[in-house]
Design a protein around this ligand. Structure first.
Ligand code: NAD
Length: 291
C-alpha cells in the first residue's frame, strides 16, 4: 500500500470498488499508488456490496457525484440495468468492471479485455491484429477477452471449454461476436485433444482464462507440454501464483510467456485513464506492488 502524503481533506475525491468477497483485492494498492505518485487528491476504497445492495449503492454514488468505480463479482452483469449507457465491448461480453460518471450520466465498460490485449502487446507480440488465438475458458474473463480481442482485430479465436454449465452461454456469445465483428470465432470441446493440438499448431497466442492452476491447485494445468510449440505466445490469466504450471511448461518449450499479473495491472490502468484522463505511472506502480 502506498504511503499517503496528501492529507485527506474536504476536497479529496473517492473512487471505489463494489464487490463481495473483495477484501483481498490488489486494486486499492494499484490505484492509490498511482494517485500518490501523480499527486492526485483521490482515494480508492473497497466496499463489500453484493447484488442485493447494488442498486442503492449505485444511486448513492450517482447522488454523491463520485467520478467512477469498479465492480467485480457478483456485480459485473447485475449492474447493467442501473447504468445509462454501455460500451461496445460490454454489449458483446455482457459484463462491466468499470463505471464512469460524466455529470450524472453513468457509462459501463469492461477493461479486462483491454488489460489482456495490452499485456500481450507489451510482453508477447507487437500487435494482436491478424493473430490466431486459442482461448481456454468460457467464463467471465474469457468472454471479456474474446470480445475485446475480436474488436481489436484478432483474425481467429478458437474457444476451448468443457461441455459444462458455461457451454450454452459461450455458444451464444460466439455467435454474437461472429455477427458483430470481422473475427472468426469458433467453440470447441477441450476434451477433443486432437482438435486442440491441431488448432494450437496453427495459433500465435494461447491463453488460459480458467481458474485451473490457481493456488492452492498450482500443480494443475489444462495443456500438456507436447501440445505447445516454440513461437507460441502463452499467457495465463491466473496471477496467483505469478509463474503458473502452464507458464513453466511453455518456457520449457521455448515459448514467450506473459503472466496474469500484467493483465490485472493493465485493466486497472485502462480504468484509471477513463476516470482521470491520465496514464497510470506503470513503472512506479509495478515497483510499489512488487510485480
Ligand atoms: P469463471 O468462474 O467465470 O469461469 C471459469 C471457467 O473455467 C469456465 O470456462 C469453466 O468451464 C472453466 N473451468 C473451471 N474449472 C475447470 C476445470 N477443472 N477444467 C476445465 N475448465 C474449467 O471465472 P472467471 O471470472 O472467468 O476467472 C477465471 C480465471 O481468470 C480466475 O483464475 C481469475 O482469477 C482469473 N482472472 C484474472 C484476471 C486478471 O486480470 N489477470 C481478470 C479476471 C479473471
Amino acid at each position: 500500500m502506498a504511503d499517503r502524503k496528501i492529507p485527506i481533506t474536504g476536497h479529496t475525491e473517492l473512487i471505489t470498488l463494489l464487490a463481495t468477497p473483495i477484501r483481498h483485492s490488489m486494486s486499492p494498492a494499484i490505484h492509490n499508488a498511482a494517485f500518490e505518485k501523480l499527486g492526485m487528491d483521490k482515494v480508492y476504497l473497497v466496499f463489500e456490496v453484493g447484488q442485493e445492495g447494488l442498486e442503492d449503492a449505485v444511486k448513492g454514488l450517482r447522488a454523491m457525484q463520485v467520478r467512477g468505480w469498479n465492480v467485480s463479482m457478483p456485480n459485473k452483469t447485475a449492474i447493467i440495468p442501473y447504468l445509462d449507457k454501455v460500451s461496445k465491448v460490454t454489449e458483446l461480453c455482457g459484463a462491466v468492471n468499470t463505471v464512469v460518471n460524466d455529470n450524472g450520466v453513468l457509462t459501463g465498460t469492461s477493461t479486462d479485455g483491454t488489460g489482456w490485449v495490452h499485456a500481450i502487446e507489451e510482453n508477447g507480440v507487437d500487435t494482436i491484429k491478424g493473430k490466431r488465438v486459442v482461448l481456454i475458458g468460457a467464463g467471465g474473463a474469457a468472454i471479456a477477452i474474446l470480445a475485446q480481442a475480436a474488436l481489436d482485430g484478432a483474425s481467429e479465436i478458437a474457444v476451448f471449454n468443457k461441455k459444462d454449465a458455461f457451454w450454452h452461454r459461450a455458444q451464444e456469445k460466439v455467435d454474437l461476436i461472429n455477427r458483430e465483428t470481422d473475427c472468426k470465432v469458433t467453440l470447441h470441446d477441450i476434451d477433443d485433444r486432437e482438435d486442440l493440438k491441431k488448432t494450437l499448431d496453427q495459433a500465435d497466442i494461447l491463453t488460459n482464462a480458467t481458474s485451473v492452476g490457481m493456488k492452492p491447485h498450482e500443480d494443475t494445468c489444462l495443456v500438456e507440454e507436447d501440445e505447445l510449440h516454440e513461437g507460441l505466445v502463452v499467457m495465463d490469466c491466473v496471477y496467483n501464483p505469478k509463474d503458473t504450471l502452464l507458464l513453466q511448461r511453455a518456457k520449457k518449450k521455448g515459448c514467450k510467456t506473459v503472466s496474469g499479473v500484467y493483465m490485472m495491472l493493465y485493466q486497472g490502468a485502462a480504468s484509471f485513464k477513463l476516470w482521470t484522463g491520465v496514464d497510470m505511472p506503470l513503472d512506479y506502480v509495478r515497483e510499489k506492488i512488487g510485480i
